[in-house]
Ligand binder design. Structure first.
Ligand SMILES: [Zn+2]
Ligand SMILES: [Zn+2]
Length: 296
């Protein structure tokens, strides 16, 4: 499958600007989103972490981050809705979408994601979506080379987050497949894998959290499918789990990459609605009313 760069969509809540590991200031994002006809944009910098993580925001920048977004809200008032969010890591006892710190911030929403699974022997946190070399090192050093153990731990962390600290949006549920092109590490059709995912969807379905359809792995050519894979989306649709569509943009040019495919994927999976933030509330919108527009 190929993506088209010129599709415009109405909303995107997963955007990383120069405040973390994205390129360009929030103002540039807003301008490009507005020029492209978007109606809503949400910023979701990686929340600060209490250890060295190059891609996370610095705590000292939070104040200007929220002020910048506040300014954009007034500049675009009546023209485009702007929301202040954060993508918050779930790391037991270290970072959570419902921590006192996160709850003290002027946030409109949170995306809760698992990027770290346990620690290396030297105490460094193991990041599952770094390089394949790091992935292999973590798999070998922490999980004795047993991919099942690693994956089960990954999904158990997502379930813990959903049970203990449900975010508004669950970010890229199956990002653990990022290094799995050509089934290099596991087969998604294996019963043990599917059970793990289904168990996680069951937990998710008992929370108010919205499942994110995230196009980044797809348009960056890391995965052959979206996050989540089509079969997972189908199960989610059957279970009545709400979905939203995001591109996890790290540059304003990525604001709507892969959205045509995402819309097709949710339709195919059986969803007739998806969720959007409107006047500060999450609301359902009919899939058939969403237009994607091509640039002339
Ligand atoms: Zn993420
Ligand atoms: Zn992200």
């Amino acid at each position: 499958m190929r993506f088209r760069n010129s599709i415009r969509f109405d909303s995107n809540y997963h955007c990383h600007s120069s405040y973390c590991d994205g390129k360009k200031r929030p103002g540039k994002y807003a301008q490009i989103a507005f020029d492209g006809g978007m109606k809503t944009i949400g910023f979701s910098s990686h929340a600060p972490l209490p250890f060295k993580a190059e891609w996370a925001m610095k705590k000292k920048d939070l104040e200007t981050y929220f002020r910048d977004i506040e300014d954009l809200k007034s500049n675009y008032a009546g023209k485009m809705e702007i929301y202040a969010g954060l993508e918050v890591d779930y790391i037991p006892r270290i970072s959570s979408p419902q921590s006192r710190f996160i709850r003290s911030l002027p946030l409109d929403y949170t995306i809760g994601s698992v990027h770290f699974v346990d620690k290396f022997r030297d105490g460094a946190h193991f990041e599952i979506d770094g390089s394949t070399t790091v992935f292999q090192r973590g798999l070998g050093e922490i999980f004795h080379g047993d991919i099942r153990l690693l994956i089960k731990r990954y999904y158990s962390l997502i379930r813990k987050m959903l049970e203990r600290a449900p975010p508004d949006i669950l970010g890229h549920i199956d990002k653990i497949k990022i290094h799995n092109r050509d089934k290099r590490f596991f087969d998604e059709k294996a019963a043990w894998y599917q059970e793990e995912v289904l168990h996680t969807l069951e937990v998710l379905s008992a929370t108010p959290t919205i499942l994110e359809v995230n196009t980044r792995g797809f348009y960056k050519n890391k995965t052959s499918d979206l996050y989540p894979s089509q079969w997972i989306l189908q199960q989610a649709a059957e279970m009545g789990i709400p979905v939203t569509i995001d591109s996890d943009a790290h540059h304003p040019n990525e604001l709507s990459l892969g959205f045509e495919q995402a819309l097709e994927a949710i339709k195919k999976a059986g969803f007739d609605t998806f969720w959007v933030l409107s006047n500060f509330y999450w609301k359902k919108r009919k899939v058939k009313h969403q237009q994607y527009r091509r640039d002339k």
